[in-house]
Design a binder for this molecule. Structure first.
Ligand SMILES: [Zn+2]
Length: 224
């Protein structure tokens, strides 16, 4: 199963492997893996894998609990970092990369499947989605997987990014809202807005994946 944080060719920036070396991304992903590994059914493998798809970072999550995080240095994919990494937020690039890595780890969590199975979302944007090659039911599954992964990124930012956490959380929600129109299956922004962030960030002794699941289950499930 593939999932993409950056699935659309849109708003290309000027990022290449000179201004953002693959090693830098690998270092951040490895650090996030160390921080979140106890949240995962198995330690994920992190690999550099040239792929045709336009996402520079992704997760392949298997039913067995195995998970592969891939870093895709294909230049068209790498340029997609430019949607997030700009000259005016250069001081936060590592934090943004870390939140992106946390998002991918969120696809590897068992609780992601629980959320998909247990919660129904009423989202008018998903109705009438048929005809695009993806059934409305499948679109809802993808949206829920993305919403879970984004909520993991928010919880991660709060817990691990220190005083930058709050601004990275805000940035993530705003960025998602900005791109909401691009793809209904990745339009998590307006859902993230409804989360009770206090519930998400309140108890730091609780496993992050549990806090994410509880927060999402407490969210209003109707946007229609
Ligand atoms: Zn994703």
């Amino acid at each position: 199963m593939l999932s993409f944080l950056l699935s659309l060719a849109f708003g290309l920036g000027h990022i290449d492997t000179d201004n953002l070396p693959v090693d830098r991304v690998m270092r951040v992903v490895q650090e996030v893996k160390t921080q979140l590994v106890q949240e995962l059914p198995q330690a994920p493998s992190v690999v550099i894998m040239e792929r045709a798809e336009p996402t520079p970072l992704g997760a392949i999550s298997y039913l067995s609990g195995r998970c592969v995080i891939f870093i895709n240095p294909n230049p068209q994919a790498w340029a997609q970092w430019g949607r997030f990494l700009k000259s005016d937020n250069q001081a936060q690039w590592d934090q943004i990369l870390a939140a992106s890595a946390a998002h991918e780890m969120g696809h590897c969590m068992r609780e992601n499947r629980e959320f998909v199975a247990q919660v129904q979302l009423q989202d008018p944007q998903l109705r009438g989605f048929s005809g695009t090659g993806l059934s409305a039911a499948r679109a809802e599954v993808v949206l829920k997987q993305e919403l879970f992964a984004d909520t993991v990124a928010l919880a991660y930012a709060n817990r691990y990014l220190g005083e930058q956490g709050a601004s990275v959380m805000q940035w993530l929600i705003e960025t998602r809202e900005k791109y909401d129109q691009n793809d209904p299956t990745h339009a998590t922004g307006r859902w993230l807005r409804t989360l009770d962030l206090g519930k998400l960030t309140g108890d730091s002794t609780q496993p992050l994946s549990k806090a994410v699941l509880q927060t999402l289950k407490a969210m209003p499930t109707n946007q229609g």
